[in-house]
Ligand binder design. Structure first.
Ligand code: DX5
Ligand code: ZN
Length: 219
């Protein structure tokens, strides 16, 4: 099983963004997690295309773009152009989710759907075969540094049941409050991709923290 660590640049030092990007490039991390917030879908605004393009310019690893925005269809082409390799939209923000997934794929990106903590995984049963990734939010989206919601374990197990015989290649990602303290338990529940913001960037040695996370995944 290949496990993915995706540090979230939301927790990076934006005054030293290039330095932090290089740190991730040199580390054992697999992807850059890029959190885009519009101030409407979530009560926060992060950054948009110019920052993403700047990240793309320096990043040597794939950009995993998490769109916390309403009406994502309007921007999928532009995010693909700005360098997204994967685009994840929120179930709660898509009236025509099937169409949105097809749009992401047509743009040349891998397609993911994120679920807020209150949204059951069963709502994905009619699109599960079409997806490359499901992101289970383990905090309410909008901010880094929040506390992990325990019910996430149950949701991961339910999702694992849902994909049996239907899409076993699906990547199951968790995002929010993930760190050295819960990675092993999440692996046991069936998670294979981990987003980590504060757990990486709020430590004295982020490179070493990423390496410790990777070690937990290989034991
Ligand atoms: C939250 C974002 C997360 C966030 C995670 O809305 O989607 O990606 O950066 O931050 P931590 O790991 O600090 O909870
Ligand atoms: Zn995210």
């Amino acid at each position: 099983m290949k496990y993915i660590i995706a540090p979230s640049i939301l927790s990076a030092d934006f005054g030293n963004l290039q330095r932090d990007i290089e740190m991730i490039n040199q580390s054992e991390a697999d992807w850059f997690h890029v959190d885009v917030m519009d101030g409407v879908f979530v009560p926060n605004i992060s950054f948009g295309f110019p920052v993403m393009a700047a990240v793309k310019k320096h990043a040597t690893k794939p950009l995993d773009v998490h769109l916390m925005i309403v009406q994502p269809d309007n921007f999928i082409g532009e995010f693909a152009k700005a360098g997204a390799d994967r685009i994840t939209v929120h179930y709660e923000a898509c009236t025509h989710l099937h169409r949105t997934i097809q749009l992401i794929k047509a743009s040349g990106c891998k397609a993911g759907v994120a679920l807020n903590p209150h949204t059951p995984v069963t709502l994905l049963q009619d699109v599960i075969e079409d997806l490359d990734l499901v992101l289970i939010m383990s905090v309410n989206p909008g901010f880094g540094g929040q506390q992990f919601i325990h019910n996430t374990y149950k949701k991961v197990q339910n999702l694992n049941r849902l994909i049996q015989g239907r899409n076993e290649e699906l990547i199951i990602q968790v995002d929010g409050g993930v760190g050295l303290q819960n990675i092993s338990a999440l692996v046991s529940a069936g998670v294979n991709a981990f987003v980590a913001g504060n757990a990486v960037f709020a430590t004295d040695n982020p490179t070493e923290t990423i390496s410790k996370m990777k070690n937990l995944l290989s034991t």
